[in-house]
Write a new protein. Structure first.
Ligand code: 1PW
Length: 215
């Protein structure tokens, strides 16, 4: 990335959006959750064009949710909790098979939520990695342990190829634009627990309402 692009990007700010997404009573504020995701997409795009198919899917899902947030019933989408309540009470979710609501907020957020688990596992591996650690292996291991189970063979194959193109550990750290490797590791140590908490709150909410398998 050029110097001017670097001025606009810092991976810490992107992860901090997830901290902002936690309300005092531990609900997840959708606007900040989506801001966190937009930052992750920005970062993916910095890593190169091979991640285009990944970032495009995430971007389109962010956009679907932003449209709800800015739409007629926007106030119902203030938090993930209020979104779930509103969409369920008004029968706006296809729970068992795709029907008249193929792009509900609940369904769309579930895809991002599953991907967040992958991100968490990957960044945790990165944080604890040695200097000779391979980002492609860390990323693939994290993926196979989480998101892969929800993807058909052809996506798993494409994702595997994309991971091979990830920059090495040091270049990856540099792309984050946070500082020295030590500073990156410290930043991840502080930011990841928040991502984990946001993930867990969403997971518990979805489990409680039996929403973890929305098609
Ligand atoms: C280093 C930063 C990494 C964060 C990136 C996380 C992005 C994860 C997106 C993976 C997408 C792979 C290609 C898309 C697959 C879609 O079919 C799938 N989407 C997701 C997010 O898993 C399922 O969505 P669908 O097809 O049911 O609408």
């Amino acid at each position: 990335p050029t110097a001017s692009e670097n001025q606009n990007f810092c991976f810490k700010d992107e992860l901090d959006a997830f901290k902002l997404s936690l309300s005092p009573n531990k609900e997840v504020i959708l606007e900040h959750y989506l801001a966190g995701w937009s930052g992750l997409v920005k970062f993916l795009n910095r890593l190169g064009n091979v991640f285009g198919f990944i970032s495009k899917d995430a971007s389109s899902k962010i956009q679907i949710l932003k449209n709800f947030l800015n739409g007629e019933h926007g106030s119902e989408y203030f938090t993930v909790q209020s979104m779930v309540k509103y969409e369920l009470e008004n029968n706006l979710v296809d729970l068992k098979k795709a029907g008249s609501h193929p792009e509900s907020g609940c369904r769309t957020l579930l895809r991002l939520h599953r991907a967040l688990r992958w991100l968490e596992l990957f960044l945790e591996r990165l944080r604890t990695s040695q200097e000779d650690g391979k980002t492609s292996v860390m990323c693939a291991d994290a993926y196979n342990e989480s998101l892969a189970q929800f993807h058909p063979w052809v996506i798993r194959k494409a994702a595997g190829l994309a991971f091979c193109m990830l920059p090495g550990r040091l270049s990856f750290f540099e792309a984050m634009n946070v500082g020295t490797p030590d500073q990156v590791v410290a930043m991840l140590g502080e930011a990841l627990p928040v991502v984990v908490e946001v993930y867990q709150i969403t997971q518990d909410l979805y489990a409680k309402h039996d929403l973890l398998d929305i098609p």
